[in-house]
Each structure stands twice: as structure tokens, then as C-alpha cells.
Design a protein around this ligand. Structure first.
Ligand code: ADP
Length: 161
């Protein structure tokens, strides 16, 4: 059974994330999307809300499951019995950090490999941070995030004003 973990903050999930999820899910038997519960960051959405949004956005992909984790991605991958960590690469600016993380992770657990997927060009500029910024100022986010999560993002942006 080939299993991979796609770890991230997903605050909130974007079309760029969903594209990576769809493509990596087609490469493995099971893809586990790991939502990082990072106490150091102050997210816009709680970890439970982020999981629900990802579940709604991926409900048609049968071999995807969404879970939360805290701590190291390699430890979570090991716990899940996964052989791969999936990461998306948008631009050269992602590359340096991601390469460093991949080497660090491999030095901690040589049995877990990082699988990089280059983003679909049409989503390359999308980030959770810019989605939040646009939503906060009432801009159009419909081309940035899955339809299932649009209303929730606008509602939260309104509450935060
Ligand atoms: P993190 O805090 O771990 O960077 P993110 O939720 O921002 O979490 O991103 C998770 C993963 O998804 C990372 O590998 C990131 O490079 C990738 N990613 C983010 N946005 C996009 C996008 N628009 N297209 C493809 N991959 C993306």
C-alpha cells in the first residue's frame, strides 16, 4: 500500500492546494492531508475548521483523508505508515526552504522521501495569505479557493473587522 502525507497549514485551503491534492492522490493508494496544529502561529481558522473545509473540498476524491497533527511532519508520516511527504512548489522562492526541509527530514528519517510537485501554472501565485488579505477587503476570492469554502472565508473576514 503506497501512502503519502501532504502536510501544511491550509489556513485556508486554496485551489493551489487542491490541485496538489488531486495530482498526488492519483500517484498513491492513499493520501493523508495533515493539518498542522501549530501553537506558535495564530491562524484565521481553528484546526477543526481547517479540517472541515478540506474535507468538504476533497469529498469527491475517494482515497484522501484529512487529519490533524502537531510536531514534526516526518513523525506524523511515520505514525501514518507513509513513505512520502508531498510538498508543492510554486516558485523559486519556495525552493530554498523546501529543499532545506527535505534534507532535514531525510536526515531524521531516511525511509521517508519528499515528493515535490510543481504547481499548476494558473494557481502558482495563490497563497492562503493573499486569499485572506483579499477577502478581508471584500475582493473576489472565487478564483482562488474551492467553492465549498468561499462563504466561510468571507464570513470569518467580516467577523474579524
Ligand atoms: P506551510 O505553512 O507548510 O507552508 P501551506 O498551507 O502554506 O503550509 O502550504 C502547504 C504546501 O502547499 C506547501 O508545500 C506549499 O508550497 C504548497 N502550496 C501552497 N500554495 C500553493 C499553490 N498555490 N500551488 C501549489 N502548492 C501550493
Amino acid at each position: 500500500m503506497k501512502r503519502a502525507v501532504y502536510p501544511g497549514s491550509f489556513d485556508p485551503v486554496t485551489l493551489g492546494h487542491l490541485d496538489i491534492i488531486e495530482r498526488s492522490a492519483s500517484l498513491v493508494d492513499e493520501l493523508i492531508v495533515g493539518v498542522l496544529n501549530n501553537h506558535a502561529k495564530t491562524p484565521l481558522f481553528s484546526v477543526e475548521e481547517r479540517v472541515t473545509m478540506l474535507q468538504d473540498a476533497t469529498k469527491d476524491i475517494t482515497n484522501v483523508r484529512v487529519e490533524t497533527f502537531s510536531g514534526l511532519s516526518v513523525d506524523f508520516a511515520k505514525q501514518c505508515n507513509a513513505g512520502f511527504l508531498v510538498r508543492g512548489l510554486r516558485a523559486i522562492t519556495d525552493f530554498e526552504y523546501e529543499l532545506q526541509m527535505a534534507h532535514t527530514n531525510r536526515s531524521m528519517d531516511s525511509e521517508i522521501d519528499t515528493l515535490f510537485l510543481t504547481t499548476n501554472l494558473k494557481y502558482a501565485y495563490i497563497s492562503s495569505t493573499t486569499v485572506k488579505e483579499v477577502a478581508f477587503y471584500g475582493g473576489d476570492i472565487t478564483h482562488f479557493v474551492p467553492e465549498a469554502v468561499i462563504d466561510r472565508i468571507y464570513r470569518r473576514a467580516e467577523e474579524k473587522k
